[in-house]
Design a protein around this ligand. Structure first.
Ligand code: PMP
Length: 365
């Protein structure tokens, strides 16, 4: 049979994890609390659901607007950028992939924080690029380390702010300092999937930086605070030259009519967003109080998830929590095998999680 092209020899196919529904059935559970993927536990905005429901049969039969004009106009106004500074994709996954396709030549290097979102590596390999890992310092991206590792082959710097899985941020000053030292042909990707959750005064206003830097692309998503992970909507904000590069490799129409309608409607639902942010803040606080009580180290988080160190292999506990209907992420895949990454759930989910975790950790005391 025909061999795949050489570049793909070293690249395994992406295998999606088992669906939560499949796991639920296999374990014979009535329901599972999904605290493993940093989704929105409050669902999505009622306005978005209504917009999807009201799509006519005719509209579903037609190709959607390839430029997502309505959504584009609304978002550009919200962000204070030109409509030509936006690009939309099927989740930020697509935009991460396209950025590497457009800007990384085979053999050129990517600087990638570790542990961080895994797809920076996937996107780099698919483009034939070379991964150069930059380890976190105190669970945070240390931009000074990135600066030191830039060499003549560096072509993309991937930064995740706040960082997944650690929930930490780097500051505006640290970013400015790095940007002053990045050569202008190097693309800096600022993955801000969780930016709506970051409340620190030091968190950078990156959209403003576009006035000064032509080598930045900011990536955000409707999957987290807007609760639309199921519809796959991500967007990039950059100056026109970067957007134009990405448009060259973009699939013709990757945003469905449904996605465009839901995302547009979501932008009007300020009440939903502030409700989610408030519960997220409180839920994080409740979890931290329990961790303090149990004397377990945790990483203060600027996101909708938090990492806690169980001071023992977290694998068996992750498994047992799942048996009890709670799905969380074990830290082993991030090189942190004693840690758990927990999405901040609804108040009820948090109470249940704390109860189950308490009984698992302290059963023989
Ligand atoms: N970046 C980060 C840091 C993420 O955590 C995620 C999702 N977990 C993504 C990008 C991808 O998000 P999406 O494709 O749903 O927009």
């Amino acid at each position: 049979s025909p061999p795949v092209k050489d570049l793909l020899n070293q690249i395994p196919a992406y295998t999606p994890a088992k669906s939560m529904e499949q796991i639920r059935r296999e374990l014979g559970l009535e329901s599972v609390d999904r605290l493993a993927a940093n989704e929105n536990p409050f669902g999505s905005s009622p306005l978005a659901a209504e917009a999807v429901r009201s799509l006519s049969s005719d509209l579903l039969a037609q190709y959607p607007d390839g430029s997502s004009q309505l959504l584009r106009d609304k978002l550009a106004e919200r962000l204070g950028v030109r409509t030509s500074q936006l690009v939309f994709g099927s989740g930020s996954f697509e935009l991460l992939t396209l950025t590497a396709q457009a800007y990384l030549n085979p053999g050129e290097e990517s600087l990638i924080p570790v542990p961080s979102f895994n797809w920076y590596k996937g996107a780099t390999l698919l483009a034939g690029g070379v991964i150069h890992e930059v380890p976190l310092v105190n669970h945070s991206l240390d931009l000074e380390q990135f600066r030191q590792r830039i060499n003549t082959s560096t072509r993309i710097i991937w930064l995740c702010n706040p960082n997944n899985p650690t929930g930490t941020i780097f500051t505006a000053n640290a970013l400015l300092d790095l940007l002053e030292h990045v050569p202008s042909h190097v693309v800096v990707v600022l993955d801000e999937a969780y930016y709506e959750f970051a409340e620190s005064e030091d968190y950078p206003d990156t959209v403003k930086l576009l006035e000064q830097y032509n080598n930045l692309i900011i990536l955000r998503t409707f999957s987290k605070i807007y609760g639309l992970a199921g519809l796959r909507i991500g967007y990039g904000i950059a100056n026109e030259s970067i957007i134009e590069g990405i448009n060259r490799v973009k699939l013709p129409i990757s945003l469905t009519a449904t996605s465009q309608a839901a995302a547009s409607a979501s932008l009007d639902d300020h009440e939903f967003v502030s409700h989610c942010l408030q519960y997220n803040r409180q839920g994080r606080e409740t979890l931290m109080q329990s961790f303090d009580q149990w004397k377990l180290p945790y990483i203060p988080s600027e996101t909708n998830f938090i990492m806690v160190d169980l001071l023992q292999d977290s694998g068996p506990i992750t498994k047992e929590l799942l048996n009890r209907g709670i799905s969380v992420r074990g830290g082993a895949e991030f090189g942190m095998p004693t840690w758990l990454r927990i999405t901040i759930g609804t108040p009820e989910q948090i109470v249940r999680l704390i109860g189950e975790l308490d009984s698992l950790l302290h059963s023989n005391e």
